[in-house]
Design a binder for this molecule. Structure first.
Ligand code: ATP
Ligand code: MG
Length: 355
């Protein structure tokens, strides 16, 4: 005998990735699932009874088709449409409209939106992850190869130094030792943290506060603002690794604002979110936003690659290391930038993912 309780339709709707909206014969909203709430930045409760014209603006073709379908009772689908939401966001979506037959005589329709942008982004993110993995392993290989002879070089210089008699001669060996140490430092950073993450339950807001204090101690003039989602559950993560990633990103923001801008830490919970090809029911999104000059156009696409820098004195390792640390937690760092508004988003899964 099958003792399982049947899955409730409500549960299915709430976990669907596509944004699903039910409208009545006046095109007023009867229901929105959580994905639709996210897409239109409005809660089901607030949207209830509002006309769909209030969510999607100035899209005559969209409304014409809806009304036609209401009359003809024929379903239809539109691919790669560009709609504008009431918040001004551009929505690149596929949408499908299905009249709900059993609701006669009070006609209603199911409208599903699938974000195209999200598809493209998933492909892009998967590409970013694999590209990153490839460049990190190349870098690690190279760093290992440099490390061994470098140790020998430094040791030999030390031995030689003992045999030298004049201070003037010793100056040469001390240059070799000093430069070898500098290179050693660089190579160590290239290798990155070798430890496996030591995970524990951590409060992301405490880690952000800690990072802010560290940075504020280095640079006094910065303004920090906080926009936290207090309902965000604890992360299961390596505390020092997450702090290191936050520090690397925040220090870049400090540099971009020439030490006198505003940095905002914002946290949000994202439901039904995909990171690369993995899908998660809950993901923590941590945004680090600055009002600095923005990422230079010529390096915007490759800032996560090692040795890519926009600064004369930069090593270009900060973001590559941060990305690697977050990848080790199954997460991803994403970035959007224009002058005056740069957003680095850390996406960290809050549970195990599925393909
Ligand atoms: N918030 C930001 N605003 C503008 N540009 C940024 C920002 N974050 C990163 N960048 C650009 O990306 C480049 C790469 O950053 P990354 O942290 O990897 O290296 P870096 O800061 O140059 O050197 P380091 O290894 O010391 O961190 C920076 O040099 C900068 O040009
Ligand atoms: Mg940096």
């Amino acid at each position: 005998m099958n003792t399982r309780t049947p899955v409730s339709p409500q549960l299915i709707l709430e976990n669907l990735h596509s944004a699903t909206v039910v409208v009545d014969d006046q095109l007023c909203i009867e229901y929105m699932n959580p994905s639709a709430e996210m897409m239109f930045h409005i809660s089901n409760h607030r949207a209830y009874g509002k006309s769909i014209h209030e969510l999607i603006v100035e899209e005559h073709e969209f409304f014409d088709r809806l009304e036609r379908s209401l009359i003809t009772r024929h379903p239809y689908a539109v691919y790669e449409a560009n709609l504008t939401s009431h918040t001004g966001h551009k929505l690149a979506v596929d949408y499908m409209v299905s009249p709900l037959e059993h609701r006669q005589p009070h006609a209603s329709m199911l409208v599903e939106f699938v974000s195209m942008g999200r598809h493209r982004k998933i492909a892009q993110e998967a590409h970013l992850l694999s590209q990153h993995e490839a460049s990190r392993s190349l870098l690690r290989g190279l760093a290992h190869e440099i490390k061994n002879p470098l140790g020998g070089l430094r040791g030999a210089a030390q031995l030689l130094e003992r045999k030298l008699e004049t201070e003037a001669d010793k100056e040469y060996t001390s240059i070799i030792i000093r430069e070898a140490d500098r290179l050693q430092n660089l190579v160590d950073r290239m290798l990155g943290p070798s430890n496996v993450p030591q995970k524990s339950h951590v409060n992301i807001h405490q880690l952000l506060e800690h990072t802010q204090q560290l940075v504020q101690a280095e640079v006094g003039d910065l303004i920090f603002e906080f926009d936290y989602d207090p309902s965000l559950p604890e992360l299961f993560a390596d505390e020092s690794m997450v702090i290191q990633a936050l520090l690397n990103i925040t220090r870049n923001a400090v540099a971009a604002t020439h030490e006198q801008g505003t940095i905002i830490y914002r946290t949000r919970a994202r439901r039904n979110y995909a990171i690369g090809h993995q899908s998660y029911s809950l993901v923590a999104q941590i945004d680090i936003i600055d009002n600095g000059e923005g990422i230079p156009e010529n390096i915007r696409e490759k800032i996560f690659l090692p040795m890519v820098t926009g600064h004369a004195e930069g090593t270009g390792l900060g973001l590559s290391i941060a990305q690697s640390l977050i990848n080790q937690h199954g997460g991803l760092i994403d970035c959007q930038s224009e002058p005056g508004n740069t957003v680095f988003s850390l996406l960290l899964p809050l549970e195990n993912g599925h393909e």
